[in-house]
Design a binder for this molecule. Structure first.
Ligand SMILES: O=P(O)(O)OC[C@H]1O[C@](O)(CO)[C@@H](O)[C@@H]1O
Length: 571
């Protein structure tokens, strides 16, 4: 690896390809019906395989010319060069002067990678071995609490990347969780979160994992102290420990572990560094679920399944690293997002998993994509000259269908959407009775579910014309309300089943899509300076909230009045 400063970003808007795309967009009349009718090979040509993911891009609003120009844009901004620099460990996180090496977390153990003279594959494997040994101890019951009871509930305390990845993956891989083990997640500093999550817990069988890259995050450290207090009080109440310094130290030693890059701070909190798992500053928080931050998950699903998850990540990394750009799914999906944001005026992007277990995936992607690409300056500090970072959002199908799809189908906004489904459900139920009509007795309910997945992307693409509505006998005055314009772009992603490997592939796919967009926009997708101001002000405002008059007077009139009102209302 080198730590040479990365070269200056290219202003994408000055490239030849940007000019071509602007012209193409001006003249483009999206016509998915016509395009499919005149080009039967379109679906095949625009469908690609990335590891286990079958990805159909054909219902996007692009012609071959548009795709060619998007690929030319990738070339002009130096996408492959930057990708290779990331994999090699160059300091592409320019504003923090750091390498970006989440891909090294899932690199096979026999592929060394030297960074600053250090074999980081060996470091990763050592830490992974520690996490796995701990996971086995908890799973086998060898790790016990103060009364000798095995662990039944793990409470992961973290926020942002130290929460969203683990909770999303835990929910997604619930069928792989060991019987008798449960993981809960506390993230919000709203005391309700910790109170609700601990309310019915047995302290003798509870283990807390405090997960924080920096071990300096207000929410996490406050929640960790609340949890420690709860543990002490509850253990004393059931007579499991003496109310003494030794009793409390014993409780922390047996019921608290930590994950952090700042092991010195872990020790000051009272957690023995022996019971702490580390990672490195070259892993961004939102890219860290596959590091020791995933310890709660590794305990829940076990080392073998966790290793499969990592192998899934790696399979997608290899696809991204080696596949020619015209068949490279993260590259194509990232470029399509650029097309919609910069040339078709899309402001948001929906991610719609047709898999209940992926219900936290959109929330996870919000941090991944929006903390990464919500930037207004490029990595050299110059202002961007185009829009960046669309709003990502979504809900699992079919819930979304009965809530917000109306706007996607008939609203005035263009909302590109990714539909994600798996062929084999974790719970293959049949409807023994059926409804006597379309739903036959013995119907496979997952098949019905996926009929919706296929139907929605079809309806969005091809719509329903006024003539088709009229042909159904609809009264003329209602025809326009029942017309579907179609030409609403979607990407369909289909996987065999939601296995750990497939989940790893999906996460890595979106990591790399995010990267591709960041490179085109010339931004540093790996810093997050935009979250700092609010954190700092919260600490300055806290004394005013607590009653300090001088601190209150130092606020602007609106904030001061709001705080005063809060104090008046607070009983
Ligand atoms: O893991 P830490 O250091 O507690 O940080 C939690 C989160 O806070 C942020 O730094 C900013 O919100 C995220 O990037 C990060 O995932």
């Amino acid at each position: 690896m080198t730590s040479e400063p990365a070269r200056l970003p290219v202003d994408a808007t000055t490239t030849t390809a940007w000019g071509s795309l602007t012209e193409l967009s001006k003249n483009l009349q999206p016509d998915l019906r016509g395009w499919f009718a005149t080009d039967p090979a379109r679906a095949g040509r625009l469908t690609h395989q990335a590891a286990d993911l079958h990805v159909d891009l054909s219902k996007n609003l692009v012609t071959d010319e548009v795709l060619a120009s998007l690929l030319a844009l990738a070339d002009e901004v130096g996408l492959t060069e930057r990708r290779d620099a990331m994999f090699a460990g160059e300091h592409i996180n320019v504003t923090e002067d750091r390498a970006v090496l989440h891909t090294a977390l899932r690199r096979p153990s026999d592929e060394p990678l030297t960074v600053d003279g250090q074999d980081i594959t060996a470091d990763v494997q050592d830490e992974l071995a520690k996490v796995y040994a701990f996971a086995e101890k908890v799973r086998s019951g060898e790790w016990t609490g103060v009364t000798g009871e095995p662990v039944r509930t793990i409470v992961n305390i973290g926020i942002g990347g130290s929460d969203l990845g683990p909770v999303m993956a835990y929910e997604a891989l619930e069928p792989f969780v060991q019987d008798g083990l449960e993981v809960r997640f506390v993230s919000n500093i709203d005391p309700t979160d910790v109170a609700q999550k601990t309310a019915d817990l047995d302290p003798t069988t509870t283990l807390f994992i405090v997960a924080s890259k920096t071990f300096g995050t207000l929410e996490t450290l406050t929640n960790a102290r609340l949890a420690r207090d709860w543990l002490w009080r509850s253990l004393v109440a059931v007579g499991a420990i003496e109310d003494s310094e030794e009793g409390r130290a014993d409780a922390v030693a047996k019921h608290f572990v930590a994950v952090s890059t700042a092991l010195d701070k872990v020790e000051s909190f009272g957690i023995d560094p022996e019971n702490a798992f580390g990672f490195w500053d070259w892993v961004g928080g939102r890219y860290s679920v596959d590091s020791a931050i995933g310890t709660s998950l590794a305990v829940a699903i076990g080392p073998d399944a966790f290793a499969e998850l990592l192998a899934g990540f790696h399979a997608m990394d290899e696809h991204f690293r080696t596949e020619p750009l015209e068949k490279n799914v993260p590259v194509l999906m990232g470029l399509l997002n650029v097309w919609y944001v910069n040339f078709r005026d899309a402001h948001t992007h929906a991610v719609l998993p047709y898999a209940q277990q992926l219900h936290r995936f959109p929330a996870y992607l919000q941090q991944l994509t929006m903390e990464s690409n919500g930037k207004s300056v490029r990595w050299d500090g110059t202002p961007v000259t185009s829009d960046t970072g669309e709003v990502f959002w979504g809900e699992p199908g079919t819930n979304g269908q009965h809530a917000f799809y109306q706007l996607i189908h008939q609203g005035t906004r263009l909302i590109p959407a990714d539909f994600i489904a798996v062929a084999n459900p974790a719970y293959p139920l049949t409807d023994a009775v059926g409804d006597g009509g379309a739903v036959a007795a013995g119907a496979d309910v997952h098949g019905l579910f996926l009929a919706n997945f296929f139907a929605q992307t079809k309806a969005l693409a091809f719509g329903k014309t006024a003539d088709e509505v009229r042909a159904e006998g609809v009264a003329e005055e209602l025809v326009s309300a029942k017309v579907f314009g179609g030409n609403r772009p979607t990407t369909s992603i289909l996987a065999p089943a939601l296995t750990p490997a497939v989940l790893g592939q999906l996460i890595a796919l979106y990591e790399h899509i995010t990267f591709v967009q960041g490179v085109v926009w010339g931004i540093d997708s790996f810093d997050q300076w935009g979250v700092e101001l609010g954190k700092k002000l919260a600490m300055e405002i806290a004394p005013a909230v607590a009653g300090d008059e001088a601190a209150l007077q130092a606020q602007d009139p609106s904030t001061a009045a709001l705080i005063a009102k809060y104090r008046e209302l607070r009983v």
